[in-house]
Design a protein around this ligand. Structure first.
Ligand code: DGY
Length: 326
C-alpha cells in the first residue's frame, strides 16, 4: 500500500476513508513535527497532509521522491513552495469554503472580546475582584453603527461583513490589493488602505499572506489608525510588523487588539503577554467540530481522487497538472 503522512491527528472520518486505500502514518505526538521529522516521514510517501503551519519547501519536496499530492489541512497556502511542487508534477490542494463561517465567527468573537474587555472581565471575576456593580467597571466600545474596515475581502471577509451589516448595522469599508470581478453580496465600500485606516473604528485582517501582503501593516499604517481602534488579525502573523504593533500598544494608541495568528508561530513574541488589552488565541480560526470534520473529509477525498487518476477538488496548482485529467 502507498503511504500517506498526516502531520497532526485530524478527525477520524477522513482517516477512516484514507485507510481503505493507504497505509496512513499519523504524527504520534501532540506537537507539530519538526522539519527533519517531516522529511523522514515523507521521503517514501505518496501523499502528505500538512497543517498550515508546516513548511513544505524545496528541501522537503526534493527528498519526497514519490510524492503526488500535498493536501493542505486549511485554506492558507503560504506554507508550501507551490512553484517547486508544480514543476515537479505534485498537486497541491487546500480546504476553502468549509471553514469560511467558522473563521468569520472566530473573527467576530475576537472583535467582541476586544470591544467589551471580555478576557479582562473573566479574569477579574474569577480572581475574586468583583465586589458589586460599578458604573465605571470594564467599559467597552459599542459597535452598532460604527465603521468596520476589512483588509482582505475574500470569502471570510465577506462573511465578516455580512455579520457587521445585519448584526450591528455597521458601515463596512474594505481594502483588497487586487480588483476582484466577483460581485459582493454584502453592503461594503471599497477604499484605499489609507482611508480604511483613517476612518475605521474596528479593523480586521482576513487577507492571504503573500509577498505583497507581508508587513502590509507596519508603523506607518498604525500611525494612520484612529486612536482607540480595535485591531484584529485572524489571517497570518506576517502581515503585521509585530514590533510596530507592540510599540503602538505601548503608546496606548489601540483600545485593544485581538490576535489569532503570529509571526513565527508557535514562538510568538513574548512581549505581547505584557498587554491586558491584547487578546491572544492559539490559531483556532477554523476550530469547530463541524468544520474540522469537513476539512478531514476534503483532504481524504482529494488524496483518494489523485490515487484514482482524477483531478481533486480545490486544487491550487491544477491549471497545468489537472488539464489532462479533466
Ligand atoms: C487556515 O486554514 O489557513 C486558517 O489559518 C485556519 O485558521
Amino acid at each position: 500500500m502507498e503511504k500517506v503522512v498526516i502531520t497532526r491527528k485530524i478527525p477520524e472520518n477522513g482517516i477512516e476513508k484514507l485507510k481503505e486505500y493507504f497505509d496512513v502514518y499519523i504524527n504520534p505526538v501532540e506537537r507539530n513535527m519538526t522539519k527533519d521529522e517531516i522529511i523522514d516521514a515523507a521521503k517514501d510517501a505518496y501523499a502528505i497532509i500538512p497543517m498550515v503551519s508546516d513548511v513544505i519547501d524545496q528541501e522537503v519536496l526534493q527528498r519526497a521522491k514519490s510524492l503526488k499530492i500535498i493536501a493542505n489541512y486549511g485554506v492558507g497556502i503560504n506554507n508550501v513552495d507551490i512553484d517547486f511542487a508544480t514543476r515537479n508534477g505534485i498537486l497541491f490542494t487546500n480546504t476553502p469554503g468549509v471553514l469560511t463561517q467558522s473563521t468569520a465567527e472566530l473573527g467576530w468573537s475576537l472583535i467582541m472580546a476586544c470591544a467589551r474587555c471580555i478576557p479582562q472581565a473573566d479574569k477579574f471575576t474569577k480572581e475574586g475582584s468583583f465586589n458589586g456593580f460599578s458604573p465605571t467597571l470594564m467599559l467597552g466600545k459599542e459597535l452598532y453603527g460604527k465603521t468596520l474596515g476589512i483588509i482582505g475581502m475574500g470569502k471570510i471577509g465577506s462573511s465578516i461583513a455580512r455579520i457587521a451589516n445585519f448584526g450591528f448595522n455597521m458601515n463596512v469599508v474594505y481594502y483588497n490589493r487586487h480588483e476582484s470581478d466577483k460581485q459582493l453580496l454584502v453592503d461594503a465600500k471599497k477604499v484605499q488602505l489609507d482611508e480604511l485606516l483613517n476612518i475605521s473604528d474596528v479593523i480586521i485582517i482576513s487577507a492571504p499572506l503573500n509577498s505583497e501582503s507581508r508587513y502590509l501593516i507596519s508603523k506607518k499604517e498604525f500611525d494612520k489608525m484612529k486612536k482607540d481602534v480595535v485591531f484584529v488579525n485572524i489571517a497570518r502573523g506576517e502581515i503585521v510588523d509585530t514590533n510596530a504593533l507592540i510599540n503602538t500598544l505601548k503608546e496606548g494608541r489601540l483600545f485593544s487588539c485581538g490576535l489569532d495568528v503570529y509571526e513565527n508561530e508557535p514562538n510568538f513574541d513574548k512581549r505581547l503577554l505584557e498587554f491586558d488589552n491584547c487578546v491572544m488565541l492559539p490559531h483556532i480560526g477554523s476550530a469547530t467540530i463541524q468544520t474540522r470534520e469537513r476539512m478531514s473529509e476534503i483532504v481524504a477525498d482529494n488524496v483518494i481522487a489523485v490515487y484514482k487518476g482524477q483531478c481533486p477538488d480545490f486544487v491550487v496548482n491544477g491549471d497545468k497538472l489537472c488539464s489532462a485529467k479533466k
